[in-house]
Design a protein around this ligand. Structure first.
Ligand SMILES: [Zn+2]
Length: 349
């Protein structure tokens, strides 16, 4: 089954052809149908037409050697492609990706990586849509254009040799923290402490840009889960499924915090118990930037007051742009006073 998405339809329109013929092995996305209808290209079903006749190559020919082609078709590569498609279905089913969002990659060999295509829903990929690239993102095999966000994945592979796979998506609960550029507080659930560790936050940068790669590079070796400001989450793991697990644990953690904010009270993992969790983690060979810290340092900040300030937990967290809203009671009072004065002044006119 070949999927023609918006990008492929646009490439077809550029050829100047006025008719697109397809058969039962070819499926068009709604975006592709829109492109054809806007460009006045007639879409015709033709059971006899062959796939190569009817569809444009989704991208320029890959630049790899015959060895690359062999590696790309090896049993190991096929296993990784299948794993990536399985995880694609899972991130879509969990609503971690929207539209064509998200991307997943895995190491195949020294300087060789398998990556998902651009412009395709991650829930409906087939192994033939994946491609192979080097660390610079040059496409060496596969006919579907690779994700434009591979350079962000490369920042992790370059700095973190243990990273065997990278998973990026837009899960909404961690996304809520992303649009506030807010770090989820630590010491609330052992699952996160042991299997993920501190979730890092990188400030907003344009997706796919060198700047976003530069912002991820210093964080990756110590953080398996990174919230990208006003964007999404990127996680790495020792396998495709492991990278996905980091994403799932991060989003569940953020979701629990958001739900708990509406409830009274505030508990957290006691300081003296944190050491136990870090010991378990260390014994599993997982990285963490807190191994050298003493108990007191692990507990310098109370997780709930860090999130909610002195007012308690039912109040909203600090907004993204403090310029737009008053921050303190004094400021709020001054604002109310100013408005009252204006109203009184108008009444006296
Ligand atoms: Zn993204």
């Amino acid at each position: 089954m070949k999927l023609i998405a918006q990008k492929e339809a646009e490439a077809f329109v550029k050829t100047g052809a006025t008719e697109f013929r397809y058969n039962r092995d070819i499926r068009l996305t709604p975006g592709a149908k829109d492109v054809f209808s806007e460009a006045g290209v007639k879409v015709v079903f033709d059971a006899e037409v062959s796939a190569s006749e009817s569809t444009p190559a989704p991208c320029a020919a890959a630049a790899g050697t015959s060895d690359d082609q062999k590696l790309f078709n090896s049993p190991e590569a096929e296993r990784i492609k299948k794993d990536i498609c399985d995880i694609g279905r899972r991130i879509w089913a969990r609503e971690y990706c929207d539209g064509n969002g998200g991307n997943i990659s895995a190491r195949l060999g020294p300087d060789r990586f398998i990556i998902t295509p651009t412009g395709v829903s991650k829930g409906f990929m087939t192994p033939d849509m994946l491609s192979m690239v080097d660390i610079k993102g040059n496409q060496l095999a596969g006919s579907w254009k690779r994700s434009s966000e591979f350079t962000t994945h490369a920042a992790i592979y370059e700095t973190t040799p243990e990273a065997a796979s990278v998973c990026h998506a837009h899960p909404v609960h961690a996304g809520a923290f992303a649009i506030k550029e807010l770090q989820p507080p630590a010491r609330l659930i052992p699952e996160l402490e042991v299997f993920v560790g501190q979730v890092a936050v990188a400030g907003y940068q344009t997706p796919g840009s060198p700047e976003i790669a530069a912002s991820i590079r210093p964080l990756a070796p110590q953080h398996q889960s990174i919230i990208m400001g006003c964007h999404g989450v990127i996680c790495w793991g020792k396998s495709v499924e492991d990278a996905y697990f980091k994403m799932e644990i991060t989003d569940a953690y953020c979701r629990t915090i958001i739900l708990a904010q509406s409830l009274p009270g505030a508990a957290s993992i006691p300081c003296e118990k944190m050491d136990d969790l870090l010991k378990i983690k260390k014994s599993m060979g997982l990285p963490d930037n807190r191994y050298e810290l003493k108990n007191a340092e692990l507990c310098e900040v109370d997780p709930w007051s860090e999130m909610c300030g002195s007012r308690g937990c039912a109040t909203p967290v600090t907004p993204c742009n403090p310029m737009n809203s008053p921050q303190s009671d004094a400021e709020l009072e001054a604002l109310v006073q100013k408005l009252t004065n204006e109203i009184v002044a108008n009444l006296n006119k």
